[in-house]
Write a protein that binds this ligand. Structure first.
Ligand code: SAM
Length: 271
C-alpha cells in the first residue's frame, strides 16, 4: 500500500519529464496473498508497472529464483518492453540494470529483500548512477529487516551484517546490547540510525523511516526512504501517515501495517 500510494504521487511529479524509471531488485512473483483481505494483491513489479500517470517508461526488475522469475515473466508479459527482466542476483547485476536508466531521468528504486540479501555496494551503485548528471540521486525505498533479519544473523554470520552496512561499526551496538547497557528497543533505533548515516555519507539529503510491526505490535522491519527531493520527502511523509489511516479505516486494527506510536522518524536533514 505504501509503494502504491507513493508511486502514484511520484508519477504526477514526473509529468514534465513525460515518464520515469522504476527499479525493483527483489521482485518476487508479481502477486501476493493478503491475509487481511483474503485476496490476491499485486506485488512490487506490477504495482510499479500499473502506477501513473505518466506511467513508468520502464520498470527494470531482478528475481533470482527461477520459479518466481517464470511466474513474474508470465505476469509482466503484457507490458511489453516496459518490463525489463533479469533472472539473476541483483547485487551482481545492478550495474546492468542501471544501464537501462538515462542519467537525467526521474527514477525510483524499491529494494525488498527477505533477510540479509541487500549488499551496501548495491545501495551505493544506485546512489552513484546519476552523479554529475543531476542534483537528484535515484530515490530508494528499502526494507531494512531488523528483527526478521540481521539481529538473528549477528551471532553466527557477522559477515552478512557487515555486508548489509558496508562496515562493521554495527558491532558496537551489538556489544552494548549484549552487555545490557541498552534495551532491545534502543539497539533497534541505533541500528536504523547507523544505516541512515550511510545514506548521509552517500550524499542523500533526507532519510525517513517507518517501523512495520506484527499484528500484536512486535517489531518486524523498517522501511527506509532516501531522497534529495523536497517533494519526494513531503509525499513519503504524507504516504507513511495516510496509509496508516487508510489501513485502519478499511480493515480495522488487525492488519499487517498496524503501527506502534512514533511511526515516522526523520534521520537526516532539517526538522
Ligand atoms: C520479499 S520477496 C519480494 C517481494 C516482492 N517485492 C513483492 O512485492 O511481492 C524477496 C524476493 O527476492 C528474491 N531474491 C532473494 N535474493 C535475491 C537476489 N540476490 N537477487 C534477486 N532476487 C533475490 C527472492 O527469491 C524473493 O522472491
Amino acid at each position: 500500500m505504501i509503494l502504491d500510494a507513493y508511486l502514484s504521487a511520484f508519477a504526477k511529479t514526473c509529468q514534465r519529464a513525460g515518464g520515469w524509471y522504476g527499479l525493483d531488485l527483489f521482485a518476487g512473483t508479481g502477486l501476493n496473498w493478503s491475509t487481511t483481505r483474503d485476496a490476491p494483491i499485486n506485488g512490487s513489479t506490477l504495482i510499479a508497472l500499473e502506477a501513473g500517470s505518466p506511467e513508468a517508461t520502464k520498470v527494470i526488475f531482478a528475481e533470482r529464483h527461477p520459479g518466481a522469475f517464470a511466474a513474474l515473466s508470465h505476469r509482466t508479459k503484457s507490458y511489453g518492453e516496459r518490463a525489463f527482466r533479469f533472472n539473476d542476483d541483483a547485487n551482481r547485476i545492478v550495474g546492468d540494470m542501471l544501464e537501462q536508466i538515462p542519467r537525467r531521468a526521474p527514477a525510483f528504486a524499491f529494494l525488498d529483500p527477505e533477510g540479509s540479501e541487500l549488499e551496501w555496494s548495491t545501495v551505493e551503485a544506485i546512489a552513484g548512477h546519476k552523479r554529475s548528471h543531476s542534483r537528484f540521486k535515484i530515490e530508494q525505498l528499502i526494507l531494512f529487516p531488523t528483527d526478521m533479519g540481521f539481529v538473528r544473523l549477528a551471532p553466527d554470520h557477522p559477515e552478512l551484517v557487515t555486508r548489509i552496512y558496508g562496515h562493521d561499526r554495527w558491532k558496537q551496538i551489538y556489544e552494548r546490547r549484549g552487555a545490557g547497557t541498552i534495551s532491545a528497543e534502543q539497539a533497534r533505533g541505533e541500528y536504523v540510525r547507523l544505516y541512515a548515516e550511510g545514506f548521509a555519507e552517500l550524499g542523500y539529503e533526507t532519510v525517513l523511516d517507518r517501523q512495520i510491526t506484527k499484528q500484536n505490535g512486535s517489531p518486524m522491519y523498517f522501511l527506509i526512504f532516501a531522497t534529495d527531493n523536497d517533494t519526494g520527502e513531503k509525499i513519503m511523509d504524507w504516504v507513511f501517515d495516510r496509509v496508516r489511516m487508510r489501513v485502519i479505516e478499511e480493515l480495522g486494527q488487525a492488519t499487517l501495517f498496524e503501527m506502534e506510536s512514533g511511526p515516522r522518524e526523520r534521520r537526516l536533514g532539517d526538522s
